[in-house]
Design a protein around this ligand. Structure first.
Ligand code: GTP
Ligand code: MG
Length: 150
């Protein structure tokens, strides 16, 4: 089954939104297989956001993501990469739909609460950047038969 990398940014931790966001992913039916609170190194942050290197907001983005603890997570489930992006909403919270995490919980693009991998390739790259193999724990939810038809 598919996996995605989700990070709750320092604003989410400071604003006590960790539980609220995890609740939404659990309620959807996805399975949590990795979770840790970490203060990312500049190296990790730069590698994570390598695609944005050279853009005007890059330094601010790296400074922000390394400014405090981040909740790094791996979620698993059918279509979880694209579905997580839908739960998260558009990058700029002023245009994210109500009902999405950013649409409901954020205002500014530089304080948009959460990161989610944008493709299965990015997900694999980001999971191996943030997690060691032994830090991911697969398990079988008893609710599986009530979330999945087969
Ligand atoms: P992530 O899940 O965090 O990767 O967001 P995204 O995929 O919706 O957006 P993208 O990868 O394009 O940008 C990464 C992050 O950079 C965003 O989440 C924003 O926090 C920040 N960002 C993107 N565009 C801008 C911008 O125009 N200005 C500022 N200040 N920040 C931006
Ligand atoms: Mg992105």
């Amino acid at each position: 089954q598919e996996r995605t990398f989700i990070a709750l940014k320092p604003d989410a931790v400071q604003r006590n939104l960790v539980g609220e966001v995890i609740r939404r992913f659990e309620a959807k039916g996805f399975k949590l297989v990795g979770l840790k609170l970490v203060k990312p190194s500049v190296e990790t942050a730069e590698e994570h956001y390598a695609e944005h290197k050279g853009k005007g907001f890059y330094k601010g983005l790296v400074d922000f993501i390394t400014s405090g603890p981040v909740v790094a997570m791996v979620w698993q489930g059918k279509g979880v990469v694209a579905s997580a992006r839908k739960l998260i909403g558009a990058t700029n919270p002023l245009t994210s739909e109500p009902g999405t995490i950013r649409g409901d919980l954020a205002v500014d693009v530089g304080r948009n609460v959460i990161h989610g991998s944008d493709s299965t390739d990015s997900a694999q790259r980001e999971i191996s950047l943030w997690f060691k193999e032994g830090e991911i724990a697969d398990w079988t939810p008893v609710s599986n038969a009530w979330v999945y038809e087969n």
